[in-house]
Write a protein that binds this ligand. Structure first.
Ligand SMILES: O=C(O)CCC(=O)C(=O)O
Ligand SMILES: [Fe+2]
Length: 759
């Protein structure tokens, strides 16, 4: 057996069931015939050509001259181009529309096709389907005529083979040589060519060459063989269920495969023939490929797809000492499957699957052999005319998997579309979407790291919660499993260990709704664990959860969440980003959480100065529209400011001062104690800040209002006068105005400060 029939070569590292599948398919897949030919008996032809009249065979010298005058030079295709070059193809042609002949001859051709098809398709081919022959061209070769090795384009939908009928005219040379997977058949019909008809049929994707005609003339009719059934219906009738051994082996192997958690998710079998995207369908499979597809489709419990197989090469090294011979500089190869076609044009949810070595039934080295076309090769010659991209040949594979793997595979490849589909389905077919949801959760359990990585994308966690809400009690188990998965640490590729937690506030809102629907009793424990784990990384989400629970009337549950989260946050306060700290402080300032507030503020005051300032600004921003608990917040700011003051206002950048200004202003508005303000102003005026900054300073009520704080007013005036020499014109005017007390206190001082600072 040909070494390339490596389907039957076992691989020790593969599970037994994979090797069993490989073996049993290997037995089925004995090579079929890719071409056939011989004498066409009993042929009687009355041939006419438009503008030439009746053609008598064998051709006379005079007729050749008239015929040639009607012919055009036969072109060939290269990629999408149509070219004429006598070195590649030297032939004359007449279009089918200008050729007519007697109906008996037509009948004979049709009868011949009925004989030919089972030979090409394999002995057990009993498919009841229509194959039609469509005359394509009349081709004439004189001495020197030839066509270099090429594949015929599948010119119409459903076309799969070419039929050549050699008419009696007498020639020497001109053998037709057909090659497929390293095997070559020579159809040399020189002998008897003066008075006999001959036929040759071959699958259009097989490479073939017409060797040089060395004497005489060669005249042929070229037919396209076309499947006429609609390509959406599969009609694979070589029923292997007759073969008990096949069915039992497959059944057993699939059972084992299903229960093997670590096995391949799918298996792929490269097809023997090439197919164009237009003609690729189960219906149009050729020879041995059809037999294998039929066998696989007859197995219960698996899904079978047809897909394009692509080899991708990635070169890692492009530097100067690049050496193609060097192992390390060889491109990295990986394979992908795409353009999936189901048995009844069933769709898959994904567009692309990667194909690893353990998923190939044919060894990697045989997948893209050097005598085979590289995908979308632009420089291959094709018969007759260049073709549109949809008619380029592609390597195809049969891909199959246990039905139960379907959702896992879909999740793995396109998690987003699975979620979208599940959501869609939940509106129309609730039970189906529940099953899908169970599949999603199973996927999360099985492929935790990858699943978690995919879940990080915006709003995926939210989507899952939202789907779960629709199922009420039924979903308890799945919901708890999912919540647990969200806090299980994972590592994807090189990333450090992470948890997904509650990645955004939408997810917190959706979770609150889910809790409301399923009851605290069924989810409480998992939710508390979740909050415990993600309070530090996602304080905003935890706060949102609290707020949402409160608004759903679940006050007690909300307090519960705060109780769980606060110690975590307080313990890891140094890890808190400014926004998180601010939010949490604001939340705790609400009276329900009174006991935690002071402790929390004391802890916060110990964080890094720059973070503290940012946090104060965030807090201020949050509180500004509706200053709840003014006095508590003011006290809190006072603590923070005095921390800064005690530290001597170290490293106070312009940005920090800008952030602090409205806060100082806020505190200043209702505080009688001016020590913090005094030191703040002092620290500022001891620097040479920009005029923008001076402006802001000059808006502070305590600075402007001499009656309230005369000492500060004096201090500022003194300093400004000193600065006079150094400052810009604009600043000078400001200072003059200020010293002449022309500065008016704006009513909405707070926003004004902000405005000024922003300019
Ligand atoms: O002339 C022949 O026998 C074959 C020609 C051919 O391969 C073609 O026209 O595509
Ligand atoms: Fe051809």
């Amino acid at each position: 057996m040909d070494k390339r029939e490596s389907i039957v070569e076992e691989n020790k590292s593969d599970p037994t069931y994979v090797n069993n599948i490989r073996n049993i398919l290997g037995v089925l897949a004995r090579p079929g015939n890719f071409s056939c030919g011989g004498v066409l008996e009993k042929a009687q032809l009355e041939l006419s050509v438009e503008g030439v009249g009746k053609i008598n065979l064998p051709l006379s010298y005079e007729q050749v001259q008239v015929l040639k005058s009607k012919c055009t030079s036969a072109p060939f295709g290269r990629g999408s181009e149509t070219l004429v070059n006598k070195l590649v193809r030297d032939a004359w042609q007449i279009d089918a529309k200008d050729v007519t002949f007697n109906s008996e001859f037509d009948k004979l051709i049709k009868e011949k096709i009925v004989e030919i098809i089972p030979i090409l398709m394999g002995e057990s081919y009993t498919e009841i389907q229509q194959v039609e022959s469509e005359l394509y061209k009349l081709v004439y070769y004189e001495i020197g005529g030839h066509f270099v090795a090429h594949r015929d384009t599948e010119k119409v939908p459903g076309m799969f083979a070419t039929l050549v009928i050699q008419l009696p005219s007498g020639h020497e040379g001109g053998a037709l040589v057909v090659t497929h997977k390293g095997e070559t058949i020579v159809f040399d019909f020189e002998k008897g060519s003066r008075d006999k008809f001959f036929f040759t049929a071959f699958f259009a994707d097989c490479k073939h060459e017409l060797r040089k005609v060395t004497a005489g003339h060669r005249l042929v009719l070229i037919y396209n063989l076309v499947h006429k059934n609609s390509p959406s219906t599969l009609n694979i009738n070589n029923d292997p269920s007759n073969n008990e051994n096949f069915i039992t082996t497959m059944k057993k192997s699939i059972e084992e495969w299903k229960s093997d958690d670590k096995g391949p998710q799918y298996l792929a079998l490269k097809l023997d023939h090439l197919y164009t995207n237009t003609n690729a369908s189960f219906q149009n499979l050729k020879g041995k490929d059809k037999k294998l597809a039929g066998a696989l489709c007859s197995c219960a419990d698996i899904d079978v797809y047809l897909a394009t197989l692509t080899k991708n090469e990635e070169r890692l090294n492009y530097d100067e000492d690049f050496d193609p011979e060097d192992e390390e500089d060889r491109p990295l190869c990986y394979y992908t499957l795409h353009n999936f076609i189901g048995v009844k044009n069933r769709k898959t949810m994904f567009r692309k699957l990667s194909l690893d070595k353990n998923e190939m039934l044919i060894k990697e080295e045989y997948m893209f052999h050097k005598y085979e076309v590289r995908c979308k090769s632009e420089y291959e010659y094709t018969g007759n005319e260049g073709c549109n991209i949809n008619y380029f040949y592609n390597k195809k594979a049969l891909v199959f998997w246990p039905k139960s793997h379907g959702i896992l595979i879909s999740c793995n490849e396109n998690f987003s579309s699975v979620l979208v589909n599940c959501k869609k389905l939940s509106r129309s077919k609730k039970e189906d979407s529940l099953e899908m949801l169970a599949g999603i959760v199973l996927y999360i359990e099985k492929r935790h790291g990858r699943a978690m990585y995919q879940l990080q994308d915006i709003n995926k966690v939210t989507s899952i919660f939202e789907i779960m809400i629709l199922f009420e009690d039924k979903i308890k188990y799945l919901a708890n499993t999912f919540l647990l998965a969200l806090i299980k640490p994972y590592r994807y590729f090189d990333s450090r260990k992470e948890i997904v937690g509650l990645p955004n506030i939408n997810s917190a809102i959706a979770l609150a709704n889910l809790i409301n629907n399923l009851s605290w009793k069924s989810l409480g424990n998992s939710v508390q664990n979740l909050v415990k784990e993600c309070a530090v990384s996602y304080p905003e989400s935890c706060i949102q959860l609290v707020i949402s629970l409160i608004s759903l009337g679940l006050q007690e549950q909300a307090i519960n969440i705060v109780k769980v989260a606060t110690p975590q946050i307080t313990a890891k306060i140094e890890n808190l980003n400014s926004e998180g700290g601010a939010l949490w402080a604001v939340l705790l300032s609400l009276d329900i959480f009174r006991s935690s507030f002071d402790d929390f503020v004391m802890k916060l005051s110990k964080i890094r100065e720059s973070v503290l300032i940012e946090m104060m600004a965030e807090m201020y921003k949050l509180l500004e529209p509706n200053l709840i608990n003014k006095s508590r917040i003011k006290n809190c700011f006072c603590i923070f400011l005095s921390v800064l003051q005690d530290n001597g206002w170290k490293n106070l950048s312009l940005k920090s001062v800008t952030l602090l200004m409205p806060i100082v202003l806020f505190v200043d508005k209702f505080d009688e104690d001016i020590s913090i303000l005094h030191s703040f102003v002092q620290i500022i005026i001891s620097h040479e800040y920009s005029s923008t900054f001076l402006k802001a300073l000059l808006q502070l009520p305590s600075v402007v209002d001499a009656k309230k704080h005369p000492s500060i007013q004096l201090m500022v005036q003194k300093r400004l006068k000193q600065l006079d020499v150094h400052t810009s014109n604009e600043a000078k005017i400001l200072i003059e105005n200020f010293c002449e007390k022309k500065v008016l206190l704006n009513k909405s001082c707070k926003s004004n400060v902000k405005l000024i600072i922003l300019e």
